[in-house]
Design a protein around this ligand. Structure first.
Ligand SMILES: CC(C)=CCC/C(C)=C/CC/C(C)=C/CC/C(C)=C/COP(=O)(O)OP(=O)(O)O
Ligand SMILES: O=P(O)(O)OC[C@@H](O)CO
Length: 424
């Protein structure tokens, strides 16, 4: 007699074989991580790492946003950061460094979940944290998601099965990032116990990447030099790993801040570069420039006058804005763009000072009053951002949320504490 288990086993085997044949014999690109992503901006939700005010202008050139970090990341700051950036203007995915950072809210906002598995760290970083993560999904996250979807409880036994099913499904949809961490002096290395002794030569890196692709099914191999550029050593590893991988994407991250470095790792075989620090430095730099501009410039200066002032104050070629844009190899004239975005930001910020002075003078009692005034203020950044986002109210929403605390009001707006500028 044919048993249902036998049929299920056969179906499972053939579907697995079909998948393997598709990938290796037919060379089908079934990897869910898009092949055309060449530049990823890594946004750290921790409070100290901020975003520039007109962040959609900068982010319109990157392929996707990776939201995550290894220190001081919480479920709350991850939710806030995803709320701010998801699909503005490119897709954002979440890279948790701990299970509880994944919530129903982050899951609904993120394009997908990308989970690190470190190939040259300790057991915790390869599988231990993932184990506690799977348990957390099955016992907390999945039941919560199911409860949100079902109007009435179907009973404990069915809930258990649904939770198990939802857990497997969620993991099936998850992208696994096989990390090779090569800077022992980085937070990522400390988190995963990577020491000098764990650094890999190109041949070993290739073997581990091959095992990650074939055995762990890692959609991504991630060569990580976080905070420092890996140079020729990184290029040799990328070349070796590129030779061994067939289906996984290969990303490089760490210390990128110019075009030459970005080209070097892409030419060595990386599909995409990941850029973190220098993007957050754009925000820090902007805060400093805008503070000086408010002190030194009248609010009714022309764009040309702002340009002259900026060129006298800042070496644009060496600015973080230029450095960030230079890492996106298909952006022509990064210095010109950086100048343009900085001038627009300064002009916008000067106009905002006028509006705030008016609000201060009149004495504000409600959020609608603030909104009305910002809505009618001519802001140079508004049309630029609207052209990128197709979201008319974006800048007004940000500014209302920034101004509200100044008048002891609470705006139900975007989480602007992650922005570089404030009005308190
Ligand atoms: C299944 C669920 C719900 C969660 C899984 C949670 C897991 C497995 C997290 C893995 C944590 C891990 C192994 C972290 C290792 C360190 C690492 C690769 C961190 C990422 O580095 P960055 O945060 O980019 O580094 P910096 O902070 O140095 O920039
Ligand atoms: O911050 P940087 O050095 O750009 O590194 C980016 C990323 O690889 C960190 O995980």
């Amino acid at each position: 007699m044919v048993r249902i288990e036998d049929i299920a086993r056969t179906v499972e085997r053939y579907s697995t074989i079909g998948g393997i044949a598709g990938r290796s014999l037919l060379d089908l690109d079934t990897n869910p991580v898009p092949a055309d992503w060449t530049h990823i901006t890594k946004i750290d939700p921790e409070d100290e790492k901020e975003l520039p005010l007109l962040y959609p202008l900068y982010l319109q050139h990157t392929s996707a946003l990776e939201v995550g970090g290894s220190r001081d990341v919480t479920d709350q700051n991850t939710e806030e950061t995803l709320e701010l950036v998801a699909d503005r203007p490119v897709p954002a995915f979440q890279e948790p460094s701990g299970p509880k950072q994944v919530t129903t809210d982050t899951h609904s906002r993120a394009e997908f979940l990308a989970i690190p598995e470190v190939l040259n760290g300790d057991v915790e970083a390869l599988i231990g944290t993932l184990g506690s993560g799977v348990e957390y999904i099955e016992s907390e996250l999945a039941p919560e998601m199911i409860a949100k979807k079902l109007p009435i409880s179907p009973g404990a036994a069915i809930e258990d099965r649904l939770a198990a099913f939802a857990t497997s499904w969620l993991l099936q949809e998850t992208v696994f990032e096989a990390y090779i961490i090569m800077n022992p002096d980085s937070a990522a290395a400390r988190e995963s116990n990577v020491t000098e002794n764990d650094l890999l030569d190109p041949g070993t890196a290739k073997q581990r990447a091959m095992a990650a692709e074939r055995h762990l099914g890692s959609e991504l191999i991630y060569l990580e030099y976080s905070g420092t550029f890996g140079g020729e050593e990184a290029e040799s590893i990328l070349e070796a790993v590129d030779e061994g991988r067939r289906w996984s994407r290969l990303w490089y991250g760490g210390g990128l801040d110019n075009r030459e470095n970005a080209h070097a790792v892409l030419d060595a075989g990386a599909d995409a570069v990941v850029v973190g620090n220098v993007f957050h430095e754009v925000a820090a730099e902007e805060a400093d420039i805008c503070e000086r501009a408010v002190e030194e410039l009248d609010t009714d200066v022309t764009r040309d006058e702002v340009l002259d002032w900026l060129d006298g104050e800042v070496d644009i070629a060496e600015s973080s804005a230029t450095k960030y844009l230079s890492t996106i190899v298909d952006v022509p004239n990064p210095e010109g763009r950086a100048r343009e975005y900085l001038v627009t930001t300064i002009q916008t910020w000067l106009a905002v000072q006028d509006t705030v002075a008016e609000l201060d003078e009149k004495g504000v009692a409600s959020i609608p009053e603030i909104r009305e005034l910002f809505q009618s203020t001519e802001l140079p950044g508004r049309s630029d951002v609207t052209a990128v986002l197709d979201e008319e109210s974006f800048l007004t929403d940000l500014l209302v949320a920034l101004a509200a605390p100044r008048y002891d009001l609470e705006a139900d707006g975007p989480p602007v504490k992650h922005l570089s500028l404030d009005l308190e």
